[in-house]
Design a protein around this ligand. Sequence first.
Ligand SMILES: Cc1cc2nc3c(=O)[nH]c(=O)nc-3n(C[C@H](O)[C@H](O)[C@H](O)COP(=O)(O)OP(=O)(O)OC[C@H]3O[C@@H](n4cnc5c(N)ncnc54)[C@H](O)[C@@H]3O)c2cc1C
Length: 220
Amino acid sequence: MGIGTAFEYELANTAADRDAVEMYFGKDYVPGGYAWIISQGGNTANIGVGIREVLFEKNMCARDYLEKFMYKHPIASEKLQDARILSVVSGVVPVGGTPEKTVSNNVMLAGDAAGQLIATNGGGIPTAMIGGKLAGETAGEYIAGKCELSIYEKRWREQMGLEIKTAVYIRKMMDNLMRSDRLMSKAIRTISPQYMKAIQCGKLPDPVKKTLTKLNFGLG
Ligand SMILES: Cc1cc2nc3c(=O)[nH]c(=O)nc-3n(C[C@H](O)[C@H](O)[C@H](O)COP(=O)(O)OP(=O)(O)OC[C@H]3O[C@@H](n4cnc5c(N)ncnc54)[C@H](O)[C@@H]3O)c2cc1C
């Protein structure tokens, strides 16, 4: 349950919006996740899906979902009708949270290996950079005899542990809603852009928690 799959094409010759990051939801195109179209300048763009295998239909894989989105989604297919695939990027996305321990003997885990990413959007580059920086600094201090290696655990959890944990909690609440386009549309319409931004940073403002709980219990 704690693993997502991301599959992305870098495309040339698209009509992607250069001023916006486009995110698309809907269980038929992106079960348990979302699709994106992100301009890379000029007429190039990245298009991808971040989805959950546990929610896939039978005989479908991540590439099938990406191609379905690219060629059949009413908006995406129009923007990408003349697109040419330049490259493919894919990988797993650990959206289940962090292991209990990320330091043991002489080993420190950082980035995806430590579950350091925001589970609500699968973004792990900024968090991996923070984890990697702290691990490197701790290693340097440890070699100089200035600290124990175990301090790394405390350091990274202080900086982003709560946000990572909260994002996993929200992701679990969203999982249920993502099975229904009606509930998902309602959640997106109800949550303001300001709160949506907070969610993407691993924060759960009280009104959002209330809305998600209500929708989860079929009260919305
Ligand atoms: C398709 C896709 C799109 C994504 N888009 C975004 C995005 O837009 N924004 C965002 O924030 N996050 C995104 N992510 C997530 C983000 O890429 C990861 O969370 C982040 O790269 C994690 O950094 P990392 O250093 O832990 O791991 P990685 O970036 O995976 O780096 C690990 C490195 O270790 C190397 N390696 C593996 N095994 C060995 C070995 N045995 N020996 C030596 N080297 C080894 C690998 O080749 C790799 O270079 C995306 C992920 C995917 C799959």
